[in-house]
Design a binder for this molecule. Structure first.
Ligand code: TXA
Ligand code: MG
Length: 333
């Protein structure tokens, strides 16, 4: 695997093939620093329709538009407020999506008929090179079948969409590991629609007051990605509060879990204390934890885990994005 941070190792043949496919209106899976994306020309409705078809994505779920720079972002939105400029200066290129009123250029299909568009300038050098050569913005949701966990390696994409798309560009394992923070700037004060590794405290240092969106919105759904059923592995996920291993043993006994089908993800370093289960030591630092999380979920699925027990994570701002994804993974329909 190539290192996603190593700009010297961009495969120019891969980049050229991807650009050719994208110019022809096809979809291509590309590495970003958060998770792999399934990209298509954001200005071409037929190309964007291919994203929805390949993923089995519901038409009411809007897609993030990726841009090479602020100048390209400005062509996608009706207005570019000072706050957007400040946030882009502070966090772009990087894992922050800004929701703003859309311009006429962006077809309604991209925004699911809505009036706003999510814009992000990705940092990954391969994605950047492709954006610059294309010269048009790229719509790209995560490159997985709808409802599955996002891919953080090219191999994850191959397993999920390999037979449905013409090209997967391998840019190494994703550096951040969970999806971008989505911040709605079309309302005052701005609202965090999806927490991520650019967290509330760093954002509010730039924006001043901020609000967090409750997970399940009543009435109009502002961000369908906020539905609890997103990002779930095949196994049943259970969040164990505070490394209470006695509680785990009780539940396992009560529900007759077979120990070798139980995978425990623990960051505190305490042993799971459950005979025969598979135990994985997660990093105790949130940045490294985020990078490892989806790979662990994919591995548990590949090893046919039936239950994934995840030790709850600290209730601090740095862990918010991770806590959000764990909650979704554990949510019951
Ligand atoms: O890190 C990421 O954001 C990755 C990479 C590929 O860039 N993309 C990603 O896309 O996670 P997706 O489609 O899996 O999630 C996009 C999220 C969804 O929750 C969607 O509802 C929300 O962004 N979103 C997109 N456009 C929006 C808009 N105009 N208003 C509100 N939410 C929007
Ligand atoms: Mg997704």
């Amino acid at each position: 695997m190539r290192d996603s941070t190593n700009c010297d190792r961009i495969d120019t043949a891969d980049v050229a093939r991807a650009v050719a496919e994208l110019r022809s209106g096809h979809v291509v899976a590309l590495p970003t620093e958060t998770v792999y994306g399934l990209a298509a020309n954001a200005l071409d409705t037929a190309a964007v329709a291919r994203i929805f078809a390949a993923k089995g994505r519901p038409a009411e779920n809007p897609i993030i538009v990726h841009v090479a720079d602020i100048a390209m972002a400005q062509t996608c939105v009706r207005e570019w407020p000072d706050l957007a400029q400040k946030l882009a200066d502070a966090f772009w290129p990087g894992p922050l999506t800004l929701v703003l009123p859309k311009s006429e250029r962006i077809p309604p299909m991209v925004t699911a008929g809505g009036d706003t568009v999510g814009i992000r300038c990705p940092k990954h050098p391969v994605f950047q090179a492709i954006l610059q050569q294309c010269g048009f913005p790229l719509a790209a949701p995560s490159a997985n079948l709808s409802g599955q966990i996002s891919p953080t390696t090219a191999e994850h994409v191959r397993q999920s969409l390999g037979d449905r798309i013409p090209l997967i560009v391998d840019g190494g394992p994703a550096e951040i590991g969970i999806e971008s923070t989505v911040l709605d700037l079309s309302v005052r004060p701005p609202v965090i629609l999806r927490p991520g590794m650019i967290h509330e405290e760093s954002l509010s240092a730039v924006t001043g007051s901020l609000r967090q969106k409750p997970t399940r919105a009543h009435g109009v759904l502002r961000s369908p990605g906020m539905l609890l059923t997103h990002y779930a592995p095949k196994a049943k996920v259970w969040i164990l509060p505070g490394a209470d291993w006695a509680e785990l043993r009780d539940k396992a006994a009560r529900e007759r879990w077979l120990p070798d089908q139980v995978h425990v993800l623990s960051w505190s370093g305490l042993s799971a204390g459950m005979e025969g289960c598979r135990s994985c030591r997660m990093p105790s630092n949130p940045v490294a934890y985020a990078k490892a999380l989806y790979s662990e979920f994919h591995r548990c699925d590949a090893e046919k885990a039936r239950w994934i027990v995840v030790e709850s994570v600290p209730n601090t701002t740095e862990w918010q994005g991770i806590a959000d994804r764990l909650k979704r993974a554990a949510a019951e329909l």
